[in-house]
Design a protein around this ligand. Sequence first.
Ligand code: ATP
Ligand code: MG
Length: 434
Amino acid sequence: MSDRTYAAEVTVGETATVAGWVHEVRDLGGIAFLILRDRTGQLQVKFEKDEMDDDLVEAGTGASRESVVRVTGLVEEEPRAPTGVEVVPETVEVIAEADPELPLDPSGKVDAEIDTRLNNRTLDLRRDEAKAIFEIRAEVLRAVREAFRETDCTEITTPKIVATGTEGGTELFPITYFGEEAFMNQSPQLFKQLIAGSGLERVFEIGPIFRAEEHNTPRHLNEATSIDFEGAFCDAHDAMDVAEAVVSAAYEAVVENCTDQLETLGLDEEIAVPDGDFPRLTYEEAIERVNATGQLDEQLVWGDDLSTEAERALGEDVGEFYFITDWPSEIKPFYIKDHDDEPDVSTGFDLMHPRMELVSGGQREHRYDPLIEGFEQQGLDPEQFAYYTEMFRYGMPPHAGFGLGGERLVMTMLGLENIREAVLFPRDRQRLSP
Ligand code: ATP
Ligand code: MG
């Protein structure tokens, strides 16, 4: 099939072989058009019934929509054709016929429910809009990788099947591992810390995380893509600098390299590249500010987590990416380091998009004794985490890092209402297949 030419790359005056899907057949009587679609776009194939072999006309105009066809013919200029050119076919081959009853309309003229779309993702991703999201997602991941590499990070891959969870057993999916109980990992947290303390020092990972959260919301998945960073000799502000750089790089790359996709989504004028200098509010400032908006039924007090409503009210008030720093220690996990002079205040931070949380991070507790105490305070048995805690006895440098939700980054960038739009095959409370 190497002699195939893409629809957008045919040359006037040359014979080309194109292959793709039957987007549409328009039969006008004496003349008919087959609109062929491939990954680059659409191409008109013209059938003049009186002048062409009947079998050829029948093959080209009788094919059901979404059938796969290969057409060879001369490419001619035709100003009235959608792309200014058309193919006059010499041969038409129907490679795979599609059932005339399609579960959804890939031409996008008829809207389908998200469930129907997710059940038939192959067809759904023949639509330009759905396809554009995943081309942008790929560009985001490419740009993120490059941004990490520019800050001296090494890409790592940590296990997803683990003996103990990162933060206790509540949100873990249990599995059976050769007769023993094991779990799908909810975050690479402990592993990436172990590697920050190794000779690699600065690492990142892009990989799946698994969370057995029962709730069903537009911004939670049970399997999500986490973009993680961990760096030795970093504090929380260093990690925030990296988060800023990575998020800004993703926006920059999409605006620069995905103009067609943004246009398809109607977003070509919409997306502004952030200036890479996001305000850093302390938690205390954040709750004062959100209380002052007057939008909450109940005022927040020190120690409260930010509800979805509080996140929204604050996001509207700030109106751009921002950090919330210095969270109360008691609502951050045990591995987050507290301030030395203020044990109730942690170095934990979140990076917020005006719509929702994107990142959680912080400086980590690198001292053995306080780490063990932290496990106990959180009701976890440090013995079960010996593989982790032991390494803190052999020279663990101060370190910091973060986890950034990949789907949330794409979702907020593109203004998608539902996080499921940003993942090919979502895993949620109802959905385990496809
Ligand atoms: P939230 O409070 O919004 O549920 P979280 O604080 O539980 O998130 P973290 O454990 O801090 O999440 O994970 C780091 C990042 O990973 C989050 O900021 C978010 O972007 C992403 N993330 C976490 N859980 C999910 C999920 N269930 N689905 C999609 N993304 C998630
Ligand atoms: Mg968080």
